[in-house]
Write a protein of this length. Structure first.
Ligand SMILES: [Zn+2]
Length: 364
């Protein structure tokens, strides 16, 4: 167990799973005797399995705990900022002597707990089925003229989509004789491009519908078509969902946050380093998700009012968490509100603001 104090002055007890005293699984939560104040009459410690965060309900204790293995990214982030605070402030030569081995370890381990029970069974099943079909969905993308034409018209080369793990679910895939339950459960994923997502709770997918899309149909028209009553949703996600980008452990010290999956592919196509680019795909920024090695964030969100508002809100939130922030605004123009629309019309020059923002982070 390690007691740390967050920059906001809050005390958090970071504990290991094996330190929990006679834990019992109660579904969404695990209850345990509180080893912090030494109770053995009531299991006053309650920990949310999904987030790893817990609380002691004993009035005299009230401890806030985080089970490290259940939320590795947050535990690492907290520990890292804590020790960094100590080393850079009063104790320049201080070296943390007794960091537990899991802190130093860069080995990627899955969360020890299965998906929390709060996720409905059908969503768990849906996710497992999609994961099992991952390779076949990628193969399908590499062999579908329709999906490739769509990517091409959005200015994304097939090679970029392939190396980013994008897949496609053609109708024929679910009509195969070996597909049973999949046909029904994955029906809503048919004729979609799938982008793999990462979160501290595991991998997921977001899927973009190509329903009734035809060559030559631009994004605005297709969007309007999908917004008509009775049309499939433009985007759907698994539970858990997450961000479209590298696995958390592989993120470099400077990352670029964009809004959409196609924005990320656009930036990669333009020559920005893929590991640096993370698309939020509608998932809120949880600062705790950012692994400790991330120090600088370039915000390159959409140019509409929503994007601008999110940008300034996020900039504050990230700065408060001790990260360096560089805001890159997509200026007013006649071509579109996101990087992909701009890219389709203006090509390489549309990404100049992102390259500039990135080089400013290097020179600062
Ligand atoms: Zn307690």
């Amino acid at each position: 167990m390690i007691t740390i104090t967050t920059p906001q002055g809050k005390q958090v007890e970071i504990v290991l799973e094996r330190e929990l005293c006679q834990p019992v699984d109660t579904g969404e939560h695990v209850r345990a005797y509180c080893h912090l104040h030494g109770s053995d009459h009531q299991r006053s410690l309650s920990i949310n399995k999904m987030t790893g965060w817990g609380h002691c309900f004993n009035a005299a204790c009230q401890a806030t705990v985080l089970v490290a293995e259940w939320n590795r990214p947050v535990a690492q982030h907290l520990l890292h900022s804590y020790y960094q605070g100590l080393t850079s402030a009063a104790l320049p030569s201080y070296q943390p002597p007794h960091l537990p081995s899991w802190h130093r370890s860069s080995v990627v381990q899955p969360l020890l707990l299965p998906l929390p029970k709060t996720i409905p069974a059908w969503q768990q099943e849906e996710l497992h089925m999609l994961q099992a079909l991952d390779e076949q969905m990628r193969w399908a993308l590499a062999h579908s003229q329709r999906a490739q034409l769509y990517l091409h018209e959005r200015g994304i080369p097939l090679t970029i989509a392939k190396t980013s793990g994008v897949g496609y679910v053609p109708p024929a895939l679910l009509e195969r004789p070996d597909m049973g339950k999949e046909r029904e459960l994955l029906h809503r994923w048919v004729d979609r491009l799938l982008f793999p997502l990462n979160s501290p709770f595991g991998r997921g997918y977001i899927g973009r519908s190509l329903w009734h899309w035809q060559s030559g149909m631009n994004e605005m028209i297709h969007k309007a078509l999908l917004e008509r009553p009775g049309s499939p949703k433009r985007w759907i996600k698994t539970n858990p969902a997450g961000w479209f980008g590298m696995e958390f452990e592989q993120l470099p010290d400077t990352i670029i946050l964009v809004e959409g999956a196609f924005d990320r592919l656009t930036l990669v196509t333009a020559g920005l380093p893929a590991p640096q680019i993370v698309a939020l795909v509608g998932t809120a920024v949880q600062v705790e998700w950012l692994p400790a090695q991330v120090k600088t964030v370039v915000l390159a969100l959409d140019g509409d009012d929503g994007g601008k508002e999110a940008s300034s809100r996020l900039a504050d939130q990230l700065a408060q968490a001790g990260l360096r922030v560089q805001v890159c605004l997509l200026g007013k123009n006649n071509w579109g509100k996101d990087w992909n629309e701009l890219w389709q019309h203006l090509g390489q020059q549309s990404l100049t603001p992102v390259f500039e923002a990135l080089s400013e982070t290097r020179s600062a």
